[in-house]
Design a protein around this ligand. Structure first.
Ligand code: GTP
Ligand code: MG
Length: 325
């Protein structure tokens, strides 16, 4: 295990305190990226071209994506040729810096603008990615910040979805606006916005279906939700959060492209990065779209939804190799 990192100068920009970084390290310890980079540097501690070639294969294998991986490797190769690295440890340190630099621009937290009242968050994404769970976690977060939150059960396709949202609402003391199963999703969310307004709520978070009979049908429904909201508030929704399952791989790229085209996306949430997720898809998304990554899901409890922190994330992903674990 390489221990060099501990003796290096701190990065520019205030590093997060140790207590804030620990959960990231713990939750990202089993990721494929962590394991494979550690194995690579253990197997190949010598600084040479083939280390870089293998590193590129490792990054691609962990879903970092072909374009981002080759850009990262080429920038390291140029520095290797200029003899900037004394050993493999310094190369790893440079990789860490490049990975942080790739994510810094997208580490933009979601700020609830109090002038937009209620601030409307529309949650979108394909089925099973974690939309409803993330809404529950967000409701808790906003409520703890002192915001009055209302949830809209806009996934009317599955009856169980409304129940799932109500359970989260009850657990957190947050009201849920719902209609009968198979109601029109746009009208549920329209009613919810009206009632959030009349109650003077600060935040309205709307759930949506992840799957309808056809993918085109889903995109049409989302477009309709947007059209209907605009009738009440020309700027609503104020945030469209696309939820991506961190275990999905490169399919995340085509999902993001589709949702971006159909309704526009203002921020991303990448869930399920705990456990044995590969971990690299976050870099691929940052490189391809540059969309703000608002939150990441590092587990199933409310505290496990964390505001995205580029440095804590990269250090968590490389913890095994950096020797910080
Ligand atoms: N380990 C882990 N599990 C998560 C995370 N986020 C969500 N899940 C789990 O993912 C599963 C699906 O979550 P849902 O919130 O129901 O997903 P959804 O996008 O609403 O799904 P549909 O309503 O079918 O479109 C649940 O079992 C969640 O507990 C996370 O960050 N980590
Ligand atoms: Mg759901």
């Amino acid at each position: 295990m390489l221990k060099f990192w501990k003796n290096r100068e701190p990065e520019p920009g205030a590093p997060a305190p140790e207590s804030a970084r620990k959960p990231w390290r713990e939750r990202l310890a089993r990721s494929v990226l962590n394991r494979d980079i550690r194995d690579l540097f253990a197997r190949h501690p010598k600084l040479d071209e083939s280390l870089l070639d293998e590193l590129e294969t490792t990054l691609i294998g962990a879903d970092v994506g072909g374009v981002a991986s080759s850009e990262l490797i080429e920038s390291l190769r140029a520095r290797l040729h200029k003899r900037e690295f004394a050993d493999a440890g310094q190369l790893l340190s440079a990789l860490r810096e490049r990975l942080v630099a790739l994510l810094m621009p997208v580490a933009q937290p979601l700020r609830i603008d109090p002038a937009r009242k209620p601030f409307v968050v529309l949650m979108v994404g394909v089925n099973g990615v974690g939309k409803t769970t993330t809404i529950g976690k967000l409701a808790r977060r906003f409520r703890d910040q002192g915001d009055e939150v209302i949830l809209a059960a806009g996934d009317t396709f599955r009856a169980a979805a409304v129940e799932q949202l109500k359970t989260w609402g009850e657990r957190n003391g947050v009201p849920v606006i719902a209609q009968a199963a198979n109601a029109d999703a746009a009208s549920v969310i329209f009613d919810a916005l009206q009632s959030a307004r009349s109650q003077g709520a600060d935040v309205l978070i709307a759930d949506t279906a992840g799957r309808l009979h056809t993918q085109g049908g889903l995109m049409d429904e989302l477009a309709k939700i947007r059209r209907v909201l605009v009738k009440l508030d020309a700027e609503a929704p104020h945030e469209v959060l696309l939820v991506i399952d961190g275990t999905t791989g490169q399919n995340a790229i085509s999902q993001t492209r589709q949702f971006k085209q159909a309704i526009g996306v203002s921020g991303l949430v990448v869930t399920k990065l705990d456990g044995t997720a590969k971990g690299g898809v976050v870099f691929a998304l940052a490189r391809e779209f540059g969309l703000p990554i608002r939150f990441v899901g590092l587990g199933e409890t409310a505290e496990d939804l964390r505001e995205f922190d580029a440095q804590a994330f990269v250090d968590g992903l490389l913890s095994e190799t950096l020797g910080d674990a």
